[in-house]
Design a protein around this ligand. Sequence first.
Ligand SMILES: NC(=O)c1ccc[n+]([C@@H]2O[C@H](COP(=O)([O-])OP(=O)(O)OC[C@H]3O[C@@H](n4cnc5c(N)ncnc54)[C@H](OP(=O)(O)O)[C@@H]3O)[C@@H](O)[C@H]2O)c1
Length: 281
Amino acid sequence: METIKLSNGVEMPLLGYGVFKVAPQECERCVSDALNVGYRLIDTAQAYFNEEGVGNAISKSSVPRQDIFLVTKVWISNAGEEKAAASIDESLRKLKTDYIDLLLIHQAYGDVFGSWRAMEKAYRAGKVRAIGVSNFQAGRFFDFAHYVDIKPMVNQLQCNPLVQQQGIEPILAEHDTKMMAWGPLGGEGAEGVVKNELLASIGKGYGKTAAQVALRWLTQRGIVAIPKSTHVERMRQNLDIFDFTLADEEMKRIATLNCHDTGTVNFGDPQFVKFLIETYG
Ligand SMILES: NC(=O)c1ccc[n+]([C@@H]2O[C@H](COP(=O)([O-])OP(=O)(O)OC[C@H]3O[C@@H](n4cnc5c(N)ncnc54)[C@H](OP(=O)(O)O)[C@@H]3O)[C@@H](O)[C@H]2O)c1
């Protein structure tokens, strides 16, 4: 598995397995399958309600814990120094481990500076190997990174050939922050990526699917991709992207597919913010 190096020297796999919307009762089986087919990065979140399934799979697996890169995220309802600190211990308990490889703030709402102080403490205490954020768009990210002591090592954003996040790239590079792509295949029910004709036609030349071309395109940009599938065959397919290289001209043609550079979720929409605060704040 190819890796990238985070700003603190920690090596992170370039491809992982995500468990958003994987039902708690199915999660252990899915993560066990993912580990068996070769995934070594697992991405979960407090808000997915399946950390226990992830923990069960990892603790029962023959893959040594130190070979697995485990990611989870602090949810809005746990924002603030005290609540975030307690939630980190709760995540460790559910994940059945004494350290998390990468801990992210899930959304840029609530007392994120308080959460970050708790995360910095957990990092210094060795409970967490790396810390970062998710869904922090360019301006929000810049402000946050400017005022915190330890700079976010990762920003997890929606990113795929239709949502390319090119605008934020220089800002992340300025802070030595790596991008991690959620929704790398377009997400559940959205077939714009996996049925894209250009991606499929490029893939034909390599004996690969449109999904594999999308994942290869991300990882060739140095972006960590975390596709989700509950099907073992698709887990295998999504992992099988390291035996071909897209030509520069193909990378450029895929760049023309960009249609929502900053993503399909409007994080600045007051109705969206109101909903999140009223539901989880
Ligand atoms: N930070 C955040 O706010 C945030 C938000 C969303 C997601 N995430 C993370 O990112 C991960 C991935 O994002 P996502 O789950 O939204 O979407 P995704 O990985 O882009 O797409 C998953 C969908 O694609 C299907 N699929 C998987 N492999 C396929 C293939 N080779 N060909 C055709 N279809 C395929 C899956 O169906 P089957 O399962 O039926 O195969 C599922 O419906 C999540 O699981 C989560 O860990 C983070």
